[in-house]
Design a binder for this molecule. Structure first.
Ligand code: AMP
Length: 570
């Protein structure tokens, strides 16, 4: 199916084509034909990122054929960010048609300009509830000719306490209008709005009503409270190409984490309600054009952020209201892409994970905070990728080359490489040399793993963890690694503990007493023609059974390379 088949007029189709949309998304395919033809009300249940804006925006633009004095269309959404985004999208959809004028009205900015623009005559108003109520009270907006009201992210608006404002606004619109409601979930309050304000709506649901986005991997890590920040840094460092949102619980915490990250050399900035509108706009602009890699935000400030390609959402702290987790994680994996939502919990917060699992209808994966060796290996690899991808500006660099070559003439190629790598990488190595294992044991009451405790603890203390220089990309799997170890040493396979295969390297646990034997005989062994280096890791051996698949998953998830090789360190 194409946009032409949906019944939209040619100017709208051409605008959509200009935007690079080739095919309608499922919600668009189901909503648009109905919203074009029928005057009836409509409920669309779809996650954010599924193309909702065009699902209501295109038919709305299509319905407007001449210049309007009073608005024909009214879109109400929870935040200023979203309001601006919707207005911009609508301007794109209507770029071939002068008659479709659009005005965004939202709080935190001069109301008089908005009033003046509305007075000139606009076809569609996109508004946040508070500011719209203000405009209605000032008689600055006339909603008597509204034919269609869209309630976007209705569940969010109710979460944010806009129920009374919505009632007030809807009462100010004609009874004859159509109401289109979009929501990610259908809690009772949204159902009540639908029941009170809508007549026999057509309900379209993309996926299960309360189903979370399948493209998001939810992963949690346990640290001691005092290691939360160090844990965050590791998660970031383990993903050199991260483009992420870090969520904190309070404005103060948001500011502090952003400042610390900045001091530690990360490309990060804060977004929270204590900042002026101009500051927030500036930060959003930087994030949007990727001048910063990490946006540290509060729930409220980040609502409605619609930035594509966010690779990770990191929950530095879980929200007080666990229901808000969905809105956080929904900022990644947009428009069919994959994403990860990582959660740092302390040893007493496991119950929150259980609560969220019920809400999102999806299971979390437990993963360990990656050890220093793994992070160094991944960072180094990313750096080498970056070097390989770097374009050489021959013309500009040429005059310097003879002198540089002369200066380095006494060094071998290998020495030069080592020196360049060290110049970039020593600071990193230095930091991680002193860094230990950050993983904390979840309290038994919360983890439900109490029964195994004595046995596992006893055996863990007798285990040594080893780093292996080959990983999934070398074709290594737990069985293969086990074979190499046992063939080289003659050890029985049941003496080897947990095995974690990651994309570029691996780990395994073995009895402490076998350490020397393993180092002497497995180090340098070959796997499918490739030499395998083995080192002892500083971290304690990890818990869990070998070959549960968890390690592999962790590797795939956290280590997933996303091309580019951009290094965030300054
Ligand atoms: P939304 O759910 O409206 O926030 O849309 C999520 C993202 O998907 C936005 O970046 C849109 O530009 C993009 N998008 C919406 N519809 C389509 C489509 N039919 N084809 C490709 N991308 C789309």
């Amino acid at each position: 199916m194409t946009f032409n088949d949906l019944g939209l007029r040619s100017q709208v189709v051409s605008a959509v084509t200009d935007m690079g949309f080739e095919q309608p998304t499922p919600i668009q395919e189901q909503a648009i034909p109905h919203l074009l033809k029928s005057q009836s009300d409509f409920v669309g249940l779809a996650q954010t990122g599924t193309g909702k804006t065009a699902a209501f925006g295109l038919p709305l633009v299509h319905r407007i054929t001449s210049s309007q004095r009073f608005p024909k269309g009214l879109i109400i959404c929870p935040t200023r960010e979203l309001c601006l985004q919707i207005a911009n999208d609508l301007k794109d959809y209507s770029k071939h048609e002068k008659s479709v004028t659009i005005e965004a009205v939202y709080g935190g900015t001069d109301i008089r300009t908005q009033m003046r623009n509305i007075k000139k005559g606009v076809a569609i108003v996109v508004a946040t509830p508070g500011r719209l109520v203000d405009l209605i009270n000032r008689k600055a907006v006339n909603l008597s000719e509204v034919e269609c009201v869209v309630l976007d992210e209705a569940d969010e608006m109710l979460n944010m306490g806009f129920k009374e404002d919505l009632d007030y606004i809807l009462d100010a619109t004609p009874d004859t209008k159509s109401t289109w409601l979009f929501s990610a979930t259908m809690p009772k309050e949204v159902a009540r709005i639908a029941k009170t304000y809508m007549t026999d709506p057509l309900e379209v649901s993309i996926g299960n009503k309360n189903e979370a986005n399948e493209n998001i991997d939810h992963i949690y890590f346990a640290v001691k409270e005092r290691d939360r920040y160090a844990g965050l840094k590791r998660l970031i460092d383990f993903n050199p190409n991260i483009f992420g949102l870090v969520f904190c619980r309070t404005r103060r915490e948001t500011q502090q984490v952003a400042e610390k990250l900045g001091k530690d050399g990360y490309s990060a900035d804060a977004l929270h309600g204590d900042m002026s509108q101009a500051q927030r706009d500036r930060v959003m602009q930087l994030f949007r054009n990727r001048s910063i890699q990490l946006l540290v935000a509060t729930d409220v400030a980040a609502r409605g952020i619609d930035v594509d390609d966010i690779t990770h959402v990191i929950n530095y702290n879980l929200p007080d209201e666990v229901e808000n987790y969905t809105h956080r994680s929904g900022r990644t994996a947009r428009a069919g892409r994959k994403g990860e939502s990582l959660v740092l919990i302390n040893t007493r917060e496991k119950y929150k994970i259980n609560q969220i699992e019920k809400i999102i209808n999806q299971k979390f994966t437990f993963a360990e905070i990656p050890p220093p060796e793994a992070i160094c290996a991944i960072q180094l690899e990313a750096m080498i990728e970056k070097v390989k991808d770097t374009e050489v500006n021959e013309k500009e660099i040429e005059p310097f080359i003879p002198h540089i070559l002369e200066d380095l003439k006494d060094y071998s190629k290998e020495d030069v490489i080592k020196k360049f790598v060290s110049a970039e990488f020593n600071r990193f190595l230095e930091y991680y040399k002193k860094a230990g294992d950050l993983n904390a044991k979840i309290s038994d009451k919360d983890s439900g793993r109490g029964r195994d405790r004595g046995r596992s603890r006893g055996s863990d203390e007798n285990k040594q963890r080893f780093f292996v220089s080959l990983g999934e990309k070398d074709g290594l799997n737990p069985g293969g690694l086990l074979r190499v170890i046992c063939d080289a040493t003659g050890l029985k396979s049941n003496t080897i503990g947990r095995i974690d295969i990651m994309p570029a390297f691996s780990f395994f646990d073995a009895d402490k007493g076998d350490t020397d034997k393993i180092l002497a005989q497995v180090n340098g062994a070959e796997f499918e023609g490739k030499k395998m280096n083995i080192e002892k890791t500083a971290s304690k051996s990890s818990k869990g059974k070998r070959g549960t698949g968890h390690g592999k998953r962790q590797g795939r998830g956290l280590g997933g390379r996303r091309g580019g090789g951009r290094n965030r360190r300054r």
